[in-house]
Design a protein around this ligand. Structure first.
Ligand SMILES: *[C@@H]1O[C@H](CO)[C@@H](O)[C@H](O)[C@H]1NC(C)=O
Ligand SMILES: *[C@@H]1O[C@H](CO)[C@@H](O)[C@H](O)[C@H]1NC(C)=O
Ligand SMILES: *[C@@H]1O[C@H](CO)[C@@H](O)[C@H](O)[C@H]1NC(C)=O
Length: 518
């Protein structure tokens, strides 16, 4: 009876513990709205489910109705991105690795400055604070230190597919030919030199990550969390679950260990009515609308004058109304059919039936929206996963691509007209829209479920892949291959020696008999 009561009490406690009031700390460091829109629905939903959620983010929701949510605003970090002048480094980069280093330098500065922020310092120094779970964006490992501070499980999260180190640290296989890193524009069947490039890149990346980036992150973490902090790379190995924002339509099919959970379509919202003026413009554009936006990291105003004029030339010659996300008051030489705004309600514009084409840089979120709303694409990729995303859209038959370096008035115009007028693109994208919505659980439901799972079980040690602790020479069978090779070589040598000896013996035997006969 007592036993039963205890189990019952345990059960109630478990229920109470899971349904209400776990304390969750979210650290979403990247000063990039395209990262934050993936995380925002998660922290909102967790707080609505009665968890006490504290979040460090450069994009707080500032929603007074979310009473269980405390947001520490680190929006100052956007200055770091502006100062880094990423767009210029990308244009000047000669190698993919240059872009990676430019981006990772931003993550070093954000780690440093965010941990130094007075409000974050208050949180670190407050000895009464306690959390049951830390969810941290995987790009800034210094933040994993929070899970050591509170001695609680850690969930890693990433607004894209996982990086190579993300796969490694979960024990996930990452084959450089089957699944090249997402910073490389390789997909499907790789040519010989692409295969070599991918292998060399994946070696370089790991070298850079483990001997440059991670030690820097560790130094920053130790500065703010104390010298007793375990090495940040070891804390990283204790991640319970890695949530990636992969979408099976967009990303290559790949093997994942159970602790790597793909979300996908995180930021898609229910359709909302457009502002009145835009509604009127779109309703009136019965010939069709082209929506032009290069996303939040690439600014149209910062394109070179030459490129801008080619784009204006192309847009002025198409028979459609154009909505261009242009981040300034005026556009020099603005054609009559072009409307500019600093910002558009992108999802609802794509949802309007008159929208025929989306001209995009090929960011993951933009592409997901385009597929969801059934609008075909003209891709002008710039960096990171964009070239790869656009290439995939070409393969899926829902896009045309224009290379920013060889963009001309003619090829941009031709691409837009082809996608707008040939029905095959729209038919295909509508087919895909049905596929992406046919899922057992949405990305958000998965993220919330796995977070509560990790809280319920105080981690997910049982899902930890044995590959994480396997020395690299064992993982790649180097010792086994070496041993077998040695056995084969030694056998060959022995056989060779035996044969040689036998021949010598036989020869001398004949010599002796010959001498005897003669
Ligand atoms: C806040 O959390 C409490 C329990 O911790 C819950 O009862 C309440 O519904 C939550 N309120 C909101 C608005 O999320
Ligand atoms: C990782 O987790 C294990 C098991 O919970 C623990 O013994 C170890 O100290 C942790 N390592 C770090 C660096 O946090
Ligand atoms: C981008 O354009 C804006 C507005 O014209 C300007 O203020 C800013 O300095 C430019 N940034 C770069 C990196 O060129």
């Amino acid at each position: 009876m007592i036993l039963r009561l205890v189990t019952l009490l345990d059960f109630v406690c478990l229920l109470l513990h899971t349904v209400y009031g776990a304390k969750i700390l979210g650290v979403f460091a990247a000063p990039s709205i395209s990262h934050q829109v993936v995380f925002q629905p998660i922290w909102k939903e967790l707080s609505l489910r009665g968890h006490e959620v504290t979040v460090i983010t450069p994009n707080p929701l500032n929603d007074k109705s979310l009473v269980n949510l405390t947001e520490i605003d680190v929006s100052f970090s956007y200055r770091i991105v502006t100062e880094a002048n990423l767009q210029r480094s990308i244009e000047e980069a000669r190698l993919y690795s240059d872009v990676v280093v430019a981006i990772y330098n931003i993550f070093i500065n954000t780690a440093q400055e965010q941990l130094n922020h007075p409000k974050v310092q208050d949180l670190i120094k407050d000895k009464t604070k306690h959390f049951d779970l830390v969810i941290a964006e995987h790009f800034t490992p210094a933040m994993f230190a929070f899970s050591a501070l509170y001695n609680c499980p850690l969930i890693g999260i990433i607004s894209l597919g996982a990086t190579l180190n993300g796969h490694d640290v979960m024990g996930n296989p990452s084959h450089p030919i089957l699944n090249p890193d997402f910073s490389l524009p390789f997909q499907g069947q790789l040519g010989f030199f692409d295969r070599i490039y991918s292998v060399l890149y994946s070696i370089w990346y790991r070298y850079y990550y483990h001997y440059n980036f991670l030690p820097q992150q560790d130094k920053i973490a130790k500065k703010y969390f104390g010298e007793n902090l375990p090495y940040i790379g070891d804390i990283e190995k204790n991640i319970s679950i890695l949530l990636t924002n992969e979408n099976v339509l967009i990303h290559p099919v790949r093997p994942n260990v159970p602790a790597v959970v793909q979300m996908g379509n995180m930021h898609i919202q229910k359709a909302k009515p457009l502002p009145k003026d835009l509604q009127k413009e779109l309703d009136g554009a019965t010939h069709g609308v082209v929506y032009f936006s290069l996303g939040s990291n690439i600014k149209s105003v910062n394109l070179s004058e030459e490129t801008r004029e080619k784009i204006i030339g192309a847009l002025s010659e198409i028979p459609y109304k154009v909505l261009w996300k242009w981040e300034d008051q005026s556009l020099p030489g603005q054609p009559k059919n072009v409307i500019i705004r600093r910002w558009f309600p992108q999802q609802d514009i794509l949802g309007h039936p008159n929208t025929k084409v989306f001209v995009t840089q090929g960011g993951l979120q933009s592409i997901e929206e385009s597929i969801f709303k059934g609008v075909p694409i003209v891709g002008i990729p710039f960096f990171a996963d964009q070239p790869l995303n656009v290439k995939k859209m070409l393969d899926l038959g829902i896009a045309q691509a224009v290379d920013i370096n060889t963009l001309t008035k003619e090829n941009l115009k031709a691409a837009i007209l082809e996608v707008a007028q040939n029905p095959k693109y729209r038919n295909k994208v509508r087919e895909l829209a049905q596929l992406v919505t046919d899922v057992p659980m949405t990305g958000l439901e998965k993220a919330v479920w796995w977070s509560e799972y990790v809280i319920r079980h105080k981690g997910a040690r049982h899902l930890r892949s044995p590959a994480i602790d396997l020395p690299i020479y064992q993982y790649f069978l180097l010792d086994v291959i070496g041993f077998l090779l040695a056995v084969v070589i030694v056998s060959i040598i022995i056989v060779y020696k035996i044969v040689k000896l036998s021949i010598r013996f036989v020869k001398s035997f004949f010599k002796i008999t010959k001498q005897k006969i003669s």
